[in-house]
Design a protein around this ligand. Structure first.
Ligand SMILES: Nc1ncnc2c1ncn2[C@@H]1O[C@H](COP(=O)(O)OP(=O)(O)OP(=O)(O)O)[C@@H](O)[C@H]1O
Ligand SMILES: [Mg+2]
Length: 454
């Protein structure tokens, strides 16, 4: 976003833009804390000696966060402005600022305990493990306070000029909060952590619990070979080869108009195939009409959500199970969906059109789940949603995998989609140009340049 665009942006969106930046930084930290917890569990369960380099890189990251982002507490723009505009927040801000100082000491202690743990293995394990979990609990509390109290209050009291100050700081190279160099250092640390994190833990933010649910896991579920699809005379997909194994999350990334949605519609049968073959669990999809594909377990959540806006949330969900009738089982599934998305239960009598974008996405996913998918096709579920909601959607996708659902995820949000994926494909103007594990693609130069903006 350029300076000019900032200046003409309406007041509301200026504050939202600044908050988005802050929250995005927080998200990185949330994932790091999750990873710390996983590593701690891993250390306890497998009694495996910690990876010293990985842990110290994580500590570097957290230190970097608290040094760079909050090294000069009185100068943090947000805090400073908030102290001026909402003096009643002062005690909380004091406490949070003190938290940074204490956190700094705790990190030093952690580094010391890590060294002892390495030298004194396994004797030092318990002390290090305890200190780690206390640290992560405190850090979580701290961020929750910022996200739950500081930011909402800032949203209420800060004026557009205040937000301008915060945003323009972002464009200054050396700003301690948003400077380019700071961001670069973060990115670098993050990548180092991703590459050091063991595969079974899936790297940053992946929370692959390693639970193998489907016993068929690893068998080919969908095999696409030489697929050609056209709109009239215009060929859109050119001999696409893609394979999805049971239990995987496979992500497909690609620019606007690459043909991602067309591919999903071809798989679900809404778009005819010109050439090539698609086998679903060994069966030729050409012989299975679209409506029967749903019954086989191939269920698509279309782009742009497309819920029935004039129907209630409840009825939208029931429609997802139309192939199954209104059996006791269906009602049970409905309860499960409400359990997964409590907001949908709360709004079950509302019209779908009254829901926010994020809620509509949850509804669209819930509706698809009512069809008991085995292969779930998701078309840009994060599109147009606020970062925190995006996190929630991605978290849900992770859970679906854990429940044994195979996921084919189309996304323009390439970094998150690939971080989540077991494997991924890159589609460019109707051709698969790259494929590999999510990790390989994330570290691929070409992908980083074209899709991750690095
Ligand atoms: N119904 C249609 N009739 C004719 N051309 C179409 C139709 N739908 C899509 N196209 C064209 O097919 C190409 C691929 O479109 P598609 O929607 O599959 O891309 P996409 O990768 O999903 O893009 P986006 O990121 O914008 O969703 C584009 O050039 C698009 O203009
Ligand atoms: Mg699309």
């Amino acid at each position: 976003m350029t300076q000019d665009q900032n200046q003409i942006a309406p007041a509301r969106s200026r504050s939202e833009q600044a908050i988005r930046i802050i929250i995005r930084e927080h998200q990185g930290l949330w994932r790091i804390i999750d990873l710390l917890d996983q590593l701690e569990q891993d250390m306890n369960i497998n009694a495996s000696q910690p990876d010293e380099l990985l842990f110290s890189t994580i500590f570097d990251y957290i230190e970097h966060f608290s040094n760079r982002v909050h090294s000069q507490p009185t100068e943090i723009r947000l805090y400073k402005l908030l102290r001026e505009k909402a003096p009643e927040t002062a005690p909380l801000l004091d406490k949070l600022e003190k938290g940074y100082v204490v956190g700094h000491q705790k990190l030093l202690e952690l580094r010391q305990l890590l060294r002892e743990c390495m030298v004194n293995w396994p004797n030092g394990r318990e002390a290090f493990g305890h200190a780690l979990s206390r640290f992560s609990v405190a850090l979580r509390k701290h961020i929750k306070k910022e996200e739950g109290v500081v930011i909402p209050r800032a949203r209420e009291v800060l004026a557009p000029e205040d937000w301008d100050q915060i945003i323009s700081a972002r464009d200054q190279q050396d700003d301690p909060l948003f400077g380019d160099r700071v961001r670069e250092e973060f990115r670098e640390l993050r990548h180092r952590i991703i590459s050091l994190t063991p595969e079974r833990l899936g790297g940053l933010g992946l929370a692959h619990t390693g639970r193998v649910t489907a016993h068929h896991q690893g068998q080919e579920m969908l095999s696409i070979k030489g697929l050609v699809t056209s709109y009239g005379q215009i060929e859109v997909l050119h001999e696409v080869d893609i394979s999805i194994k049971t239990g995987e999350i496979v992500s497909l990334v690609g620019a606007n108009g690459a043909g991602k949605s067309t591919l999903l519609m071809t798989i679900s049968g809404l778009q005819p195939t010109d050439k090539g073959q698609m086998l679903f669990e060994g069966e030729d999809l050409a012989k299975i009409p679209a409506d029967k594909r749903v019954a086989r377990g191939i269920v698509q959540v279309p782009e742009g959500r497309q819920v029935f806006k004039d129907l209630s949330v409840h009825d939208n969900l029931l429609l997802g199970a139309y192939t199954r009738g209104k059996t006791p089982e269906v009602m049970e599934d409905l309860e499960k969906i409400y359990g997964k998305f409590p907001i949908l239960r709360q709004k079950r009598h509302n019209l779908a059109g009254e829901l926010s974008g994020g809620q509509q996405q949850m509804l669209a996913m819930g509706r698809a789940l009512m069809a008991r998918p085995r292969l779930l096709l998701l078309d840009e579920p994060s599109m147009g949603l606020a970062p925190l909601i995006v996190e929630e959607i991605f978290q849900t996708i992770r859970e679906l995998k854990d429940e044994g659902i195979t996921v084919f995820l189309v996304e323009q949000n390439a970094s998150q989609a690939l971080a989540l994926a077991d494997r991924g494909y890159v589609l460019e103007t109707g051709e698969v140009v790259l494929s590999g594990t999510g990790k390989e693609l994330l570290s691929n130069e070409k992908v980083r340049e074209a899709y991750l903006g690095m």
